[in-house]
Design a protein around this ligand. Structure first.
Ligand code: XMP
Length: 511
C-alpha cells in the first residue's frame, strides 16, 4: 500500500503548503477537511501519520472545529500545528488561554529540548509564530519540549503515544529548521520510506486507467494548457485511440499556438485529436462588443455550444476526462467524485451533460507535480513550462471591440515580445509576459511622413501565485529591442508602452 500522511484540515491558511512540504520529502500527503472523515476511516486508510493543521478559531468557541479524541489513542502518530497543537492539548485534557500581552507574530526565537521531533535541531533557533491563544496547561502524559519568551508551551510531546504539537509553523521557510522537524516527524516518528515519485505515479496511473476504462470511449477538452495536455497524454498511454480530444480553436489564440498544439499532440503523441476551427462564429458573436465582462460571457457560452456540438457528433461517449488538479479540488471542497450523472461546469465545459463517469487523473497533484509528470511523459518543455494564458485568450488583450485585423496585429506584436523575453536572461524573472493592443491611436513619424497608428502595451509580471504581482524590472535594452522591432515589423503600430503597474492595484490582464 502506498504510504500516506493525512493532513486534517482545520481551515488554516497554510494547509496546502503543509501537504507540499510533505510531498517534497516524497511522501504522499492528502488534505482532508476535519468534518469529512471519521476515526474509523482514518484507521482503515492505513496512513502512516496525521497532521492537524492550523486554523483561525479558538478551541473554546462553540462553533470551532473539533475532532473525535479517539484519534489520539489509535496508535497513529499525530503532529498538531498551531490550532492543531492547541486542539490536541484540549482534546487530551490540557488548557488553552488567550494571550493577555498580545499575539505572538512573526520570526521568534524558540528554545527546544531533546526529543525525536527536534533531533538535530539546535536548542536555540528561529521559528515563525502566528497566534493569540496558547497552551497554558499540559495534558497528562505530555511534556513541554519547546518554549519562547511569550509562549510557555511552544511544543509538547507524548512520546509513548507518538503525539507531538508545535505552536509555530514548521512548514513556512522562516522556521529555519522547519524542514528538519517535518522530516523527523515523517521518517523518524512515522517511519515513512519516502517512495512517492512521479515515475511511480505515471506507471500506476497508466495501469489504473487502463484497467478502469478498458473498452470505453473517453472525451477530453484539450485547451493546450499544461493541465489538460498532461491529462491527455497520460490517458492516451492508458487507453490509446479510445481517448478523443476536442481542441476548440476560438481564433483568440497566440501566434502559432493552434498549430503547435495540433502538431505536438497529433503528430508527436498520436492523439486522436479533433481541432475545431470555430474562429468565425466566435468573432461574429464578439463583433462590436466592448464591455470586458460581456466578452468573457460570450466566449464562455460559445465554447460550451461548440463543445456540445462536437460531443453530439461523436455520440456514445460515456466518460469525460478533465485536467482538474489538486488546488482546484481543495479549493472547491469537493469529495471524491468518481461516478456522477454530471451537472458540472469545470474549465468552460457544458453545464449539463450526461456522462456515466468523470475521470480526473491529476486530481491529487499540485501544479509543479503536474509539470514533472508532463516531463516524464515527454511533453516538450515549451508546453510543460508555458506561462498561463487566460481562457478568453486575446479577447481580453484587445481593448474595445475585437476584429480579425486587430487580433492579427496583436499576435505579431506579442510574438516579438515573447521572443525577445525568451531569448534573454530576463526569462527567469518574468512569470507572465505579453502584449496588449489598446484602442488609443497616436501620432508618429516614419520616414518623413506623419503616421497615426495604434498603441501597443507590453506587460510583464513577476509573481509566485498570480494573486499579487510585481511589474518585472525588464532590462532597458530588451524593451528597446522589442519596441524597435514592433514598430518596424508590425504594420499599423506607431507607439509601444511598458506597463509599470503592480497587482494590486492593477490586475495582470487589462480586461
Ligand atoms: P488577473 O488579470 O486576474 O490574472 O490578475 C491573474 C491570472 O489569471 C489569468 N486569467 C485567467 N485565466 N481564465 C483563465 O483561465 C480567465 O478568464 C482569466 N483571467 C485572467 C491571468 O492570465 C493571470 O495569469
Amino acid at each position: 500500500m502506498q504510504e500516506k500522511i493525512i493532513v486534517l484540515d482545520f481551515g488554516g491558511q497554510y494547509n496546502q503548503l503543509i501537504a507540499r512540504r510533505v510531498r517534497e520529502q516524497q511522501v504522499y500527503a492528502e488534505i482532508v477537511p476535519y468534518n469529512k472523515i471519521t476515526v474509523e476511516e482514518i484507521k482503515a486508510s492505513g496512513c502512516r501519520g496525521i497532521i492537524f493543521t492550523g486554523g483561525p478559531n479558538s478551541v473554546y468557541e462553540e462553533s470551532s472545529p473539533h475532532f473525535d479524541k479517539e484519534i489520539l489513542n489509535c496508535g497513529i502518530p499525530v503532529l498538531g500545528i498551531c490550532y492543531g497543537h492547541q486542539l490536541m492539548a484540549y482534546m487530551a485534557g490540557g488548557s488553552i488561554k488567550s494571550a493577555e500581552n498580545g499575539s505572538e507574530y512573526g520570526k521568534t526565537e524558540v528554545f527546544t529540548e531533546h526529543c525525536p521531533l527536534f533531533e538535530g535541531v539546535p536548542s536555540e533557533s528561529v521559528c515563525w509564530m502566528s497566534h493569540t491563544d496558547f497552551v497554558s496547561e499540559l495534558p497528562s502524559g505530555f511534556r513541554t519540549v519547546a518554549h519562547t519568551e511569550k509562549c510557555p508551551v511552544a511544543a509538547m510531546s507524548d512520546e509513548s503515544r507518538r503525539l507531538y504539537g508545535v505552536q509555530f509553523h514548521p512548514e513556512v521557510t522562516h522556521t529555519v529548521y522547519g524542514g528538519k522537524i517535518l522530516r523527523n516527524f515523517l521518517f523518524g516518528i512515522c517511519r515513512c520510506k519516502g517512495e512517492w515519485t512521479m515515475d511511480d505515479f505515471v506507471t500506476r496511473s497508466i495501469e489504473k486507467y487502463h484497467a478502469m476504462l478498458c473498452g470505453k470511449k473517453v472525451l477530453l477538452g484539450l485547451s493546450g494548457g499544461v493541465d489538460s495536455s498532461v491529462a491527455a497524454v497520460l490517458l492516451h498511454k492508458a487507453v490509446g485511440r479510445d481517448l478523443v480530444c476536442v481542441f476548440v480553436d476560438h481564433g483568440l489564440l497566440r501566434k502559432g499556438e493552434g498549430d503547435l498544439v495540433e502538431k505536438t499532440f497529433k503528430d508527436r503523441f498520436g492523439l486522436n485529436l479533433i481541432r475545431v476551427d470555430a474562429s468565425d462564429r466566435f468573432l461574429a458573436r464578439l463583433s462590436g462588443v466592448t464591455e470586458p465582462e460581456k466578452k468573457r460571457k460570450i466566449i464562455g457560452e460559445e465554447f460550451i455550444r461548440v463543445f456540445e456540438q462536437e460531443a453530439r457528433k461523436l455520440g456514445n461517449i460515456t466518460v469525460l476526462a478533465q485536467g482538474t488538479i489538486y488546488p482546484d479540488v481543495v479549493e472547491s471542497g469537493r469529495g471524491d467524485s468518481a461516478v456522477i450523472k454530471s451537472h458540472h461546469n469545470v474549465g468552460g465545459l457544458p453545464s449539463v451533460m450526461d456522462f456515466e463517469k468523470i475521470v480526473e487523473p491529476l486530481r491529487d497533484l499540485f501544479k509543479d507535480e503536474v509539470r514533472a509528470v508532463g516531463e516524464k511523459l515527454g511533453i516538450p518543455r515549451e508546453l510543460v513550462w508555458r506561462q498561463p494564458f487566460p481562457g478568453p485568450g486575446l479577447a481580453v488583450r484587445v481593448i474595445g471591440d475585437i476584429t480579425k485585423e486587430k487580433l492579427d496585429i496583436l499576435r505579431e506584436a506579442d510574438a516579438i515580445f515573447r521572443e525577445e523575453v525568451e531569448s534573454s536572461d530576463a526569462r527567469g524573472i518574468a512569470s507572465q509576459y505579453f502584449a496588449v493592443l489598446t484602442d488609443t491611436r497616436s501620432v508618429g513619424v516614419m520616414g518623413d511622413a506623419r503616421t497615426y497608428g495604434k498603441t501597443v502595451v507590453l506587460r510583464s509580471v513577476t509573481t509566485d501565485d498570480f494573486m499579487t504581482a510585481e511589474w518585472t524590472r525588464l532590462p532597458y535594452d530588451l524593451l528597446e529591442r522589442a519596441s524597435n522591432r514592433i514598430t518596424n515589423e508590425v504594420k499599423g503600430v506607431s507607439r509601444v508602452l511598458y506597463d509599470i503597474t503592480s497587482k494590486p492595484p492593477a490586475t495582470v490582464e487589462f480586461e
